[in-house]
Write a protein that binds this ligand. Structure first.
Ligand code: ADP
Ligand code: ZN
Length: 651
């Protein structure tokens, strides 16, 4: 109680302390979304659970309280993160901003580690990064004990906290042991952060880490600058090449594929096309992986072709596109992966191709997994939600946010940008996804669906065994293939009843039927199609099957953006409409930045973001005063680079 009253008058002061750290250390004018509330709550010693989308600005939520609490003499904040490979850059970024930070992990020699430990014990380090398996060792806990006794253990920040839950998609058993922190140091506040939002995972996190008393801060999961596009897969490689050539030449991007082999193939193809592409998957040697990751982070315009092993914690702000050549296993994974695009807030693309085979593969992986039936059912439900998204003919964003329990509120300009006639449709639209921008032609697939289902039924009846999608479609379309003749399927009453449909139309009907579970794919028996309990309603005509009309032209892959909306690397400059002289300054600044980044062994964006350089180029500063107030220039960077920047723009 005494503590509380003692703290009350300090409230306003805390507020300004946090603000001045935001401005002076990080060079930002304003907090974003719930950042300020989180920072105030944690700076005052409260526990917090922070749910923000990737790119939402989670780091400042613990970095600023760490700094203000250190200023009050409370010592070190321990940041627990699974991302050993990224700690060097995270700490480097803090050093650039003038914050005392260090990491402890296996990349350090014994000697280097003891230097860090000694500094930590003296309370000299504001933010210390370590992986969960290290934090919970007896040796590390003994050091924490010592710091705690000396009043130098300020705060625990647990990053990527969904790793504690097996419902999340990155389960790491070592996170479970982190309960020890709360049990051993109940008075030390904890802030846990994640970009994974589904309710089940959330509850699990709270339970596992005993965060019942933590205040939850949930921000909107909308990423308005990301444009979602999902197209039918035909020739995925060719589609990808067209997409990049049309929209993202020279841009940094990530291409996700399911298998290692595919990753290698695609990376090679992109290189042959003159792109700077690198592979990343768990089968590569750890050193190669690290080297490729470093290249992606440090060089401009690198395309990383990767399995899902790549990406967690990657905070490169200028990733302009994330492409999926294979469908992920659920919406959480899709959202996390696509969220790596456009963290700088500039226009970015999330582009996916998907087809029948994706549906079949994902179903098979679930069926064949050793998990219990309940868990499999849960996984199937999650997959279905993603299929629903892929097949959707309405706004993707509305669906995505709806999945995370959020009702989409359109920004007024997005709404007014809609063409005539949109007012007639009450459905919400974001104006920045393929379905909103280029409304799909819809056709009624109900008749085709019934023809497919009755064929599956008749084939099963006459042959006693099931058949795969290709064969079923051949019968429906009346194609006398060898297999059709051999099994006498040309004699079935449904032979040729759907001759008017193209194979593409039937495929899209089948995908939809699988998505709504009116057809199942038996992975144990050569992917044969079977009817389900839900087939009946479709057969009887009780369920309508509205479908996106397939388009014959390859241009549907990705309708070209209008001029000026291209999400390219030049966007930061374009947004400010730099004139020719400013363009020259911008180019010179980028060259200068590349040199500094190389000398410091850090990614370029850690020195300054593109947007910061563009703002400098536009302002054409002549003195240090002119640099004040440009977003991204804090006191330390002004001191360290101000003169250099003035020299470069004055050349
Ligand atoms: P997350 O960890 O939630 O994915 P980050 O903490 O990496 O996101 O922040 C994403 C980007 O937004 C970073 O480049 C960061 O510098 C920037 N950022 C965060 N907060 C602010 C703010 N208040 N003002 C301006 N930029 C911000
Ligand atoms: Zn939309």
């Amino acid at each position: 109680m005494v503590l509380k009253t003692a703290h009350a008058p300090a409230l306003a002061q805390d507020d300004t302390a946090a603000h001045s750290v935001l401005q002076q250390v990080f060079g930002y004018a304003q907090f974003r979304g719930p950042q300020q509330a989180v920072v105030e709550h944690v700076a005052q010693g409260g526990d917090a659970l922070v749910l923000m989308p990737t790119g939402g600005g989670k780091s400042l939520c613990y970095q600023i309280p760490a700094i203000t609490r250190q200023q009050e003499g409370r010592g070190t904040t321990v940041v627990i993160s699974p991302l050993i490979a990224l700690m060097h850059d995270q700490v480097g970024a803090l050093h650039e901003a003038g914050v005392s930070a260090a990491f402890l992990n296996s990349t350090l020699s014994g000697e280097e580690a003891s230097v860090v430990e000694r500094r930590m014990l003296r309370g000299e380090i504001t933010l210390l990064y370590a992986a969960p398996e290290r934090v919970t060792t007896p040796r590390f806990l003994a050091q924490l004990d010592a710091m705690h006794e000396g009043g130098k253990l300020s705060l625990f920040a647990i990053d990527e906290v969904h790793c504690v839950s097996q419902w999340g998609h990155d389960f790491r058993p070592e996170y479970r042991a982190l309960t020890v922190l709360h049990q051993r140091y109940p008075g030390v506040p904890r802030i846990a952060l994640t970009a994974t939002a589904d309710a089940l995972t959330r509850e699990d996190i709270v339970e596992r880490l005993q965060l019942q008393d933590a205040r939850a801060f949930v921000s909107s999961f909308d990423r308005p600058n990301i444009r979602y596009t999902i197209v039918e897969k035909r020739d995925a490689t060719a589609q990808l090449l067209r997409f990049i050539a049309r929209e993202h030449e020279g841009d940094a991007g990530i291409v996700y594929c399911q298998s290692r082999k595919r990753v290698e193939e695609i990376a090679q193809t992109l290189c042959q096309q003159g792109m700077d592409a690198l592979p990343y998957h768990a089968g590569l040697d750890a050193r190669v992986r690290q080297a490729n990751q470093d290249r992606f982070l440090r060089d401009e315009g690198v395309v990383m072709v990767a399995t899902i092993a790549f990406g967690m914690g990657i905070d490169k702000p200028d990733v302009r596109f994330v492409a999926h050549l294979d469908m992920p296993k659920n919406i959480e994974a899709y959202y996390q992966e696509t969220g790596r695009a456009g963290r700088d807030g500039e226009a970015a693309d999330a582009w996916m191709v998907y087809g029948l085979q994706d549906v079949v593969n994902q179903r098979r992986m679930i069926d064949e997994s050793p998990a219990g039936e309940d868990f499999k059912q849960l996984l199937r439900g999650k997959l279905d939600a993603l299929l629903g998204l892929a097949e959707a003919i309405d706004c993707r964003r509305v669906r995505l946010l709806g999945y995370f329990g959020e009702v989409y509120h359109a920004a007024s300009d997005a709404q007014s940008a809609l063409g005539p006639g949109s007012g007639a449709c009450a459905a919400k639209r974001c104006g920045n996804c393929d379905n909103c921008l280029f409304p799909a032609q819809v056709w009624d697939g109900t008749d085709a669906a019934r023809k497919l289902l009755s064929t599956i039924y008749r084939v099963q009846q006459s042959s006693g065994i099931g058949f795969g999608a290709g064969h079923i479609m051949d019968i429906v379309r009346g194609r006398k293939t060898e297999k059709v003749t051999q099994h006498g399927h040309a004699d079935l009453s449904t032979f040729g009843i759907g001759a008017a449909f193209s194979e593409q139309q039937l495929r899209s009907v089948l995908r939809q039927l699988i998505a709504i579970d009116a057809v199942s794919v038996d992975a144990q028996a050569f992917n044969t199609l079977r009817l389900t309990a839900a087939s009946r309603a479709v057969l009887k005509g009780d369920v309508q099957v509205p479908l996106r009309a397939p388009s014959a032209s390859p241009s549907v892959d990705r309708p070209r953006r209008g001029a000026g909306t291209k999400a390219s690397a030049a966007k930061a400059a374009a947004a400010l409409a730099l004139d020719d002289a400013a363009q020259l300054r911008y180019a010179a600044l980028r060259d200068w930045r590349a040199e500094v980044a190389r000398a410091h062994n850090l990614p370029a964006y850690v020195i300054f973001h593109d947007a910061t350089l563009a703002a400098i180029a536009q302002r054409a500063p002549r003195s240090a005063d002119d640099l004040q107030g440009i977003s991204g220039i804090g006191i330390k960077k002004l001191e360290a680079y101000g003169d250099e920047v003035l020299r470069v723009v004055g050349l």
